[in-house]
Write a protein of this length. Sequence first.
Length: 202
Amino acid sequence: MTFFIDVYIGKIEDVWYGVALHQDELYATTFSFKRGEVIQRIERNLPNELKPRIRMNVDFKAYIELFNALHRIFNGKSPEYQFKLNMNYLTDYQRSVLLCLMEVPKGYVTTYGSLAKVAGGSARAVGNVMARNPFPLVVPCHRVVRHDLTIGNFGHGRDVKRDLLAREDEGFTRPTYKKIDGRRLALFPIKFIKGISNLTRD
């Protein structure tokens, strides 16, 4: 049965957000500092087979709690919202990597290689999944850094990634790990990232 994907965009303070929904399930999210760019990003985050079904909506008031939750994440705060993600259109590997990534808590980062050890594949394969993450902010690809704890790439730019992480700093000082399916996902405090220790959280 054919169904439509409703795309809502809205601006909170200086940030534009976009969400793609069907029956309250999220198919994609994004953010940008430009209205036109947020539309392009949300369309790019959806698979080709869903793009002809997009219906654009500029009135996002019905989903204000969802938009506020995205804005809280952007500002380094807990979302206080239960996201309903639809990942059915992703490959098994993409889902595995993204679900592992969702285990990385605010205040910590992991590495591409560590994610690969838990989800399978290589660090490069994990990087490719990060580059195509359809749920930025919600699935925190900004919390993945290089093996040497340098900032790494980010679709919205390294400066934006650095600022997101700086706002998420919880003051943790020791590495830890999270056990997932019997494997250890390494977690490092944000302060360990090179070039970020001099930034302070708002």
